[in-house]
Every structure is written in C-alpha cells, then in structure tokens.
Write a protein that binds this ligand. Structure first.
Ligand code: AMP
Ligand code: MG
Length: 387
C-alpha cells in the first residue's frame, strides 16, 4: 500500500506523448495551450482615452474646443496649449494631450470648455503598451484557456491557437447487482450510478466520456470488455470489482490484457483499493465501486492525470485552508477525505461519511482532508479541496 503523495507522484511522473491540434478561438475555451503566445504589438497600441470626455492640452480650467474624435478615428490631430477636443472611450488621444477630463466634470458654453476639477497630467489616458509590450511573452504552453484567455488572444488578433488534444476516455462499470436507472429492479439489485457520476464529473472539468458500458461479474466478459475499450482509449476508467471479493476480477483481467500495474491500494479513506496501470499510451484507473469512493478517487487521482494528458501546467483541484465551524474527532488511522460544505468563511464536515453514501457529497462542495487520527477544534484551519 502506498501513500496518497506517492500515488500522486507516480501519476505525475508518467511520461506522456501529447498530440497538438489547432482550434479556432471560438472552440479554444477549456483546452490548454500548446504554444507560447507573444504579443505582436504594444497593447494598447496607441495612447487612448479611458473616458468619454475631453482631451485637453496644458493645465487650466478653460479650453477652446477645436473638434471631436470618435472611437476608431484614424485622423492625426495635434492640440495647441489651451485647446480641447471632444473624445470618446478608446479613441486615440491627439498629440500634445496633457490629460483627459471626464465629461461629468465639465460644462460647455459656446465653444468654451469649463473644467471643474484639478487636472493631473496623464489622467484618464491609457498609455500605449501599458498592458503588454511588443514581443512580450503573454502565455506559455500549458496555460489553461479560460474565457479571459480567449479574450486576450483575440485582442492580439489571433483567430486560431495550438492546443493539446484531450484524452479519449471510456468507462466500464462492473457488478451483477447493478441495473440501469430507468429500468425495473428486483430484490437484491441496485441502480448503477457510478458511470453517470463519473461521466458527469468528466463533463464538469472539461472532458467527456466517449462510451460507457456495464459488464456482469464474469471474468471472461470483463476481460473481453477491457480488451475492446483498451484498444482505442487514452484513458479507461473501471468501477467496481477491484477489491478482494471472490467476484472482483478486474485486476486479473487487466493483467491478462497486458496492462502493467503502477500502483494498487492507497493508504486513504475512502478509496483504498484504487488501481492505476498503463499499457503503452493507455492509462487505466480501476476505481472502487462504492459511489463516494469512486468519485473521491476521481477528484483526487484521476483528474490530475487527465489534466496532465491535456498539457496542463498545473493539475489538481483548488485547495484552500479554512476554519472549521465545529469540533471533529477523527479516529481511523488512514488519511481521510471528508464530505464537507464550505459556506461563507467556514467549513463544516457533513453527516454520513460512509463510502457507500453519496448524498452528503451531493449536498456539499468540498472534501476536507485530515492526514490521520486527530481531534480538530472549532476554528482550527482545515485543508479543503474544492469540488
Ligand atoms: P465493489 O467495488 O464491486 O465490491 O462494489 C462495492 C460496492 O459499491 C457494492 O455495494 C456495489 O454494489 C457498489 N457499486 C459498485 N459499482 C457500482 C455502480 N456502478 N453504481 C453504484 N454502486 C456500485
Ligand atoms: Mg462488484
């Protein structure tokens, strides 16, 4: 059995062949950049007005209005001291502009502008190159393309970007007792829900499940099902059948399909019987069947792999340290991820922590991490993973 840190390290140290593709700006959100982006010009490219108002030359409280500059105007104006021009947000300021005065701080009579504030040199002017300088590195490869990233790339005039391809992911759920939601179930049966939860978790973090199937607890069926999916997936997720029960065939079926084990069993709660393996460039996680274990393992162990395969420079979910709003006594020897809810400035650990129960996870928004047995007092800082 290995520690959580060792498991994360093994995943992080996998050498990976990534494929690059080009996408249009409209489709770029949610990928990780596969190229460095430098600024092809100063941004802004010209001194421009931050306000609707007047560009003025010299410091005074009275100016002669000599014209108007709408945004996008290309005319080259030069102001003489004592002159002002009507200007609009984003418009290039005329040469010799000392400052821009907000419209609200002015009054006009005939052609004379009266200013009712003290003007400071440079006010409300966005200087050329203030945000980015020509040739400056804006983003390096591995940067996550957020909406703001898309916006900035667009403002640099680029309409296509190189990104890393995301992995093709398939899911297999195993278990004789499982029937699909929407069909009747008999005594002793339960509804299969892990594949839905995992697929939803993939979507939530910008991935998708290409295909999923359910297989009964039969060694040959599991072995065949794995063989079929392994051939054309980058990542295969299995749920159930990885513990030590008589019908837990997944590990042996993986071995017989040529998958090499990278780790099996992690000293953690929930999700101890977690398996990670690899065959060539296809990675396999076999997740324990209990619903909360399977999803916790996804958040902590699977997601970083998916992000790494997609070229992410930073992997894993956001972690915060936050005070707990009650006392909590933890007795087991294993480090634990507890279903928790962050509300306002504090976190509370929810009732019903069993790995078979997912309701508390559905009500919460975080996993509180305790690294071993301990008594936590109200107000103590607890590390939380935001889910
Ligand atoms: P296993 O890991 O196969 O021993 O399963 C552990 C527990 O999780 C059992 O109670 C299973 O019924 C339950 N379980 C396994 N797979 C699923 C699934 N896909 N959806 C819901 N529960 C499951
Ligand atoms: Mg099972």
């Amino acid at each position: 059995m290995i520690s959580i840190e060792e498991a994360l390290k093994i995943v992080n140290e996998q050498d990976i062949e990534r494929t690059v593709k080009e996408v249009s700006l409209e489709d770029a959100q949610g990928f990780w950049l596969a190229e460095e982006i430098t600024s092809p010009f100063d941004l802004p490219s010209f001194d421009n007005s931050a306000m609707d108002g007047y560009a003025v030359s010299g410091i005074s409280d009275e100016y002669e209005i000599v014209g108007e500059i709408p945004a996008g105007s290309t005319a080259d104006h030069t102001l003489q001291p004592g002159e002002a021009m009507r200007i609009f947000t984003g418009a290039k300021v005329p040469q010799n502009t000392t400052a821009v005065v907000m419209q609200e701080k002015t009054s006009v009579e005939d052609n004379t502008l009266y200013v009712d504030e003290a003007i400071s040199k440079g006010q409300h002017i966005r200087p050329r190159g203030k945000e980015l300088a020509l040739d400056q590195t804006v983003f390096t490869a591995g940067h996550f393309i957020s909406p703001a990233t898309v916006g900035l790339i667009g403002s640099l005039g680029k309409s296509r970007v190189q990104v890393y391809k995301k992995p093709e992911i398939r899911i297999i759920s195993t278990g004789d007792e499982l029937v699909p939601p929407g069909s009747p179930k008999s005594e002793g049966e339960i509804y299969e829900s892990n594949s839905f939860a995992l697929s939803a978790a993939l979507d939530r973090y910008g991935f998708s499940c290409e295909e999923s199937k359910h297989i009964k607890d039969s060694f040959s069926a599991i072995k065949g099902g794995i063989a079929d999916f392994l051939d054309h997936s980058d990542v295969l997720l299995l749920s159930g059948g990885i513990s030590v029960g008589d019908y837990d065939y997944v590990k042996q079926a993986l071995e017989e399909n040529g998958v090499s084990e990278l780790f099996y069993k992690v000293f953690q709660k929930p999700g101890k019987p977690l398996y990670f393996g690899r065959r060539d460039d296809t990675f396999v996680f076999a997740l324990p069947g209990n619903p909360a274990s399977s999803l916790t393992c996804f958040y902590i162990h699977v997601l970083p792999l998916l992000q790494k395969l997609s070229g992410a420079a930073n992997t894993g979910l956001q972690r915060v340290r936050i005070p707990i709003d009650h006392n909590y006594d933890y007795r087991s020897d294993r480090p634990v991820f507890l279903k928790a809810s962050i509300e306002g400035q504090t976190v509370s650990i929810l009732n019903r922590q069993s790995s078979s129960m997912i309701h508390s996870m559905a009500m919460g928004n975080a996993l509180a991490f305790l690294d071993g047995p301990q008594t936590v007092q109200k107000g103590d800082m607890v590390e939380c993973i935001v889910i």
